[in-house]
Each structure stands twice: as structure tokens, then as C-alpha cells.
Design a protein around this ligand. Sequence first.
Ligand SMILES: Nc1nc2c([nH]c(=O)n2[C@H]2C[C@H](O)[C@@H](COP(=O)(O)OP(=O)(O)OP(=O)(O)O)O2)c(=O)[nH]1
Length: 336
Amino acid sequence: MTTDLDFAPLRTERLTLRPLRAEDAAELHRLINDWEVVRWLSRVPFPYPRELADDWIASTHRQLAEGSAWHLAIVGQDGDTEVLVGCVGLTREADSRRAELGYWVGRRFWGHGVAAEAAGRLARWGLAHLDLDRIFAHVLEENARSGAVLQRLGLKESGRAEAHFLARNGRLPVVCFEGGREDMTEFPPTAEPVVPKAEPAAGAKPMLLVAACALVDPDGRVLLARRPEGKPMAGLWEFPGGKLEAGETPEDALIRELREELGIDVSAACLAPFTFASHDAGRFHLLMPLYLCRRWEGTVTAREGQALAWVRPNKLSDYAMPPADKPLVALLRDFL
Ligand SMILES: Nc1nc2c([nH]c(=O)n2[C@H]2C[C@H](O)[C@@H](COP(=O)(O)OP(=O)(O)OP(=O)(O)O)O2)c(=O)[nH]1
């Protein structure tokens, strides 16, 4: 029996992360009933009873349906055949915006970067699509290989603790890791198109010029767009816009971005300068003029698959936004 869960598989270059299926149970049992795998996992018994695989798969479906955990099969391709490689999961912590990341990979698939590829994909997906700000994980102190995986994702060591390990029948020392969007550095900002023509003074940061726009509808609501997975700060809400390309004015850039991202036509005359952000973003300095626009042609559509929200000014602060936007939101709320 194949269970059809409402979860679109996540893909990476080599792997697919999809809900477990009842028919995965036998292969899952074969891979996980291995002391070399189980000895590193805190909540897994050894030996691993065959029926537990069925129960576990059923429980992952319940959790997916209620939105409390996302435990997925990691599958690869061998020619035309799908091969179960391991599992990866994200479990929401009660009453917080954190989730715990966990994974295991069958012994014969070790040494090929599978864990980092799968765990990184799921962690970035979670930060971009769920109501989460932080990802955490713990690994046995002696499990340097798994610690290196978490560091590769960008998670930072946050402390030491002890955890119970079922298969070892006792508590053992673990290293804790944690990180947020800003730590997941797989896609660092690269293009800094507006660099002063003269060589910057030694030590000066490049200036990143971004034009952004608060579209205001006839009900006085403001459009926010959620930064998509794959971009820095994925999952935060922002004003539509983007970087200036060479030779563009801020108005040119906005007209182009609003057409590309939202499918609407705006004329320069309808873009009213409102305020700006000047923000030290670490590797660069962000200078971002914010325009107001109440008139456009066409229907606002998410052309790049991004989530959109029309938000009442007094509700803007309910949306997590990049730090540079915070002062802009306060001004906008007072103005509208
Ligand atoms: N559009 C927009 N960008 C913002 C806001 N706040 C904020 O810090 N930024 C930052 C995030 C990024 O570092 C930068 C925008 O870069 P981006 O990568 O989204 O721009 P883009 O649309 O040109 O993207 P791309 O074509 O290079 O993928 O400005 C905001 O409210 N709107």
C-alpha cells in the first residue's frame, strides 16, 4: 500500500527526500538493524525489531499530518531503481520556534556526503517554509564525523550536555549544535553589483544597493513577500525589490523586479520615495531606498513561487523580517 501524503518531495542534486512508505519497512529494517548505525542514535533500540519499522513509518505519517515532525526517507537512484539510503527528520520543539534535526545513513552509503546533503536540504527547507527560526541537533561527543556534518551545514556548537542512548542503556555526553538562517551559509550573498568605481579604501566594505517597494492596496494593506529557499535569509518576509544592476537607477531596478517577481507594471511616476535603510550586514553595507506605490497595472502574482501576504500596517510586526527592515516597518505603520 502506498500512502499519499500531502508533502512534495524535496530534491537535491543526488537525492530525494520523501515521506516514508509502508513498503520501505523491510529495507529500512535491514539498514538500521546494524550496530554501527544504531550506536550513534539516541532513541533507537538494538537489536531493532522488524515490527518497529512498520510502527515507526506509521508514526511519521501521523506527525507529518499534524505538522509536528517531518521524518523523510533519503533515497538515491541506482540507474532506474530507487534506493533507500537513510532517514532525515526535523522535529518541532513544543511552544518554540526551534526544531531538532536528526539523520542516519545506512553503512554502505557512508563517506559520500549524503548526510550533509540531506540534512542541509531539510534544514533550509524548514527555515524557509515553516514557522521556525532555529535548528538544533546533538551528537555523541565521540561522533566527530556527525559533528563535522553539522558544522558543514553552518550550525555552531552551543554547549555540552548528556542524553540517554537507548541501545547503550545509559546517559552519554553529547555536543549540542544550533543555528538560524544567518548561519546556514550554503548560499552566501555573492553579487555586489554596485561597487564604487574607485577602489574602496582598504578595509572598506562593499556597498550593496537594493531598491524595495511597499505596495499599498486600496484597503491600506502592504504587500510582503517571503524570501525563497536558496537565498540568504530564506523564510523572512520582505518588501518586494532587489539589487540594482549595472547602469540602473533604483526606479529602473524596481520596475524590472516588480515585473519579474510579481507580474505587475509600475511607472516611475507612481513610485514615491518614502525612506531608506542603511544597515551593516556584516560582509557588506546595505543601502536600501524604500518606495511607496499605490498604483500599478496587472494582478499581483507570485511569479517566482514565493509566498505573498497583504498585511495591515498594525500587523506588520507579526512577520519576521530582515534586521534592516525593522526601522522601516515602524515608520510605515505610523505613516499609513
Ligand atoms: N528586496 C528586499 N531585500 C531586502 C530587504 N531587506 C533586506 O535586508 N534586504 C536585503 C536582502 C539581500 O541581501 C538584498 C536583496 O538581495 P536579493 O538577493 O533578494 O536581490 P535580487 O532579487 O536582486 O536577487 P537575485 O536576483 O540576486 O537572486 O537586500 C527587503 O525588504 N526587500
